[in-house]
Design a protein around this ligand. Structure first.
Ligand SMILES: Nc1ncnc2c1ncn2[C@@H]1O[C@H](COP(=O)(O)OP(=O)(O)OP(=O)(O)O)[C@@H](O)[C@H]1O
Ligand SMILES: [Mg+2]
Length: 273
């Protein structure tokens, strides 16, 4: 168990169905296989991550919406539940009140609430926040709490057009709410085998965000992803049937650990007088 506070990662894209939950859970599966503890925060009212991790989606005492309502330092702690993936993976479920919060702009500094809630939450290497498919208040709240932003994109022309808006939001949150926020990188999900069109789109994406920002390898398109989400099992459980997916998520998780190390040392340097 790590003694330093966890690194918080917002997994985001405003587009639905690109694989935010798949990547959140794939990285969680890789962390678990590496023996690292992870807290998954389900910030999407659809509750897919909660459901796939075998946690309740209808328990008012374990509900991210309530945690945000509480607006207290450390409010996240009591909302944590164990997952069905074993002792290394815990969850803060997306519960019944989360959906109502998206339009809660009337309150003061609503975007600070997850950051406050996670204060003092310890014992995890990472807190992974699975964001909803929008760039609204909930995603802003996740970015305000995050050390790293991780974009998930599908290789496609429309997808690339949407990336600029996500980068703008990250800049805005950095500027207004969170100077510790770093763009971790971009994960390309659902890469079809041998597609010139997809390869061209990945090149185009690298032109937008910079080649180094596009993490390697892309996550391949495989039906077993759907099976794992539906059965609520970590991808690493499928062993030889999911070999290339497991290898991809292991490499992406190794990259995440390196990015987290860099974000931490940059923070320390910034804190120096
Ligand atoms: N690499 C992949 N190969 C095959 N299917 C995939 C892959 N990634 C995601 N999918 C499928 O695409 C669908 C959407 O994926 P997922 O739920 O992870 O996206 P999302 O961005 O979290 O969606 P939402 O915006 O609704 O939260 C799921 O049915 C999932 O099984
Ligand atoms: Mg999702």
């Amino acid at each position: 168990m790590s003694a330093s506070p966890p690194v918080t990662v917002a997994v985001l894209n405003q587009k639905g169905g690109v694989g935010k939950t798949t990547v959140t859970l794939g990285l969680t599966s890789a962390a678990r296989a590496a023996g690292d503890r992870v807290l998954v925060v389900d910030a999407d009212p659809q509750g897919s991550a909660t459901w796939s991790l075998g946690a309740p989606t209808d328990d008012p005492d374990h509900d991210l919406g309530r945690v945000l309502d509480a607006n207290r330092n450390g409010a996240a702690g009591p909302a944590v539940v164990p997952s069905a993936w074993g002792p290394l993976v815990d969850v803060i479920p997306a519960g019944p009140t989360l959906a109502a919060r998206e339009h809660d702009h009337a309150r003061r500094h609503p975007e600070q609430r997850l950051r406050r809630a996670l204060t003092g939450v310890e014992g995890y290497r990472f807190v992974l926040v699975d964001c909803p498919p929008s760039l609204g208040l909930t995603t802003t709240t996740a970015l305000t709490a995050a050390d790293l932003a991780l974009l998930v994109v599908e290789p496609g022309a429309y997808a690339n057009r949407g990336v600029a808006a996500v980068l703008d939001l990250i800049d805005e949150v950095w500027d207004r709410h969170n100077r510790a926020l770093d763009i971790g990188g971009v994960i390309v999900n659902r890469l079809p085998a041998r597609s010139h069109e997809a390869d061209a789109r990945v090149d185009e994406l690298a032109g937008i965000v910079g080649r180094r920002a596009v993490w390697q390898p892309p996550v391949p398109q495989r039906v077993i992803v759907n099976e794992a989400l539906g059965e609520g099992r970590p991808i690493h459980d499928y062993r030889s049937r999911a070999r290339d997916l497991i290898e991809a998520f292991d490499r992406l998780y190794a990259r995440l650990r390196r990015a987290a190390g860099r974000a931490r040392s940059a923070d320390r340097n910034e804190d120096r007088p």
